[in-house]
Write a protein that binds this ligand. Sequence first.
Ligand code: NAP
Length: 294
Amino acid sequence: MSPSPERAITGPAITGAAIVAGVCGAPIRHSMSPLIHNAWIAAAGLDAVYAPFAPTEDRFETFIDGLRGGAVRGLNVTIPFKERALALADTASDLARMAGAANLLIFESDGTIQADNTDGPGLLGAIEAQASGYDVAAAPVVVLGAGGAARGAIAALLLAGAPQVSLINRTLARAHELVETFGSRVVAVPEEDLADHLTQAGLVINATSLGLGGGAGPGAQLDLTPLEAVVVDMVYKPLRTEFLRRAAAAGRRTVDGLEMLLRQAVPSFEAFYGQAPPAEVDVRALALRHLGEA
Ligand code: NAP
């Protein structure tokens, strides 16, 4: 459905019946989720809004508890609240439970909260879109980083059949925590053994914040991977990170973090507004303009 001419002239008409959802994190100022969801809302002509929320870190639980009952339909949750969001939920999807983190909360009218994690499906969707035909079940995966993003990714990769995930993290103890969470298909690898694991990897994922803002990415020697390996960077600012540029220079297929971000937003939109995002709006082009990449 395209927006009515009236809506196009006056801009979004939010009535008293509008569905309200949003994203919560600290800081939240740089989140691209409001841009993405409100573009879809406008293109679908929905009476709805998607707003940013930045509760203070010590008041997160109070803030979320106050939303029980459904006055706000749902929230995406980002750094640093994903683990605490899961702990507050009454029910959680397998993915959220496995990941130990939630990036989506839905507030039901009976006062309960449902938690889900769409980061992993976003990653798998991005791989499907930009490395078409790659089978995550076919070869071991190397994941660089052991934070919240790595947790979501590993849960989805294991559920999709990845035979092994080798985890490298600056703080090795944090990688060991994930091994405890996920079990024997995940191994914590010291930095000095990374090269051996790269030679076997079908997929290499940067889930650290290295490279954010244009700095050097993780130092992994990507040319050690098999030629058909796929390299993913979750960092999307800049779009072509140093890590992805090195992968492309070595002839490996690459998947960017923006595609993952856009794909993780889709199931959230569906959960909030009860319909798929309209296909006719090119949110990737919009996001690229916002990032100064187009
Ligand atoms: P996080 O929980 O804060 O984890 C950060 C990770 O980066 C940890 O593994 C940390 O290692 C590592 N790290 C940070 N600085 C480092 C350094 N100087 N050297 C080596 N390792 C370093 O953050 P997160 O939520 O997992 O997010 C990680 C990245 O993914 C961020 O850039 C985020 O924007 C991006 N992300 C993208 C999407 C998307 O949709 N594209 C979704 C989620 C996240 P230690 O454990 O040693 O501190």
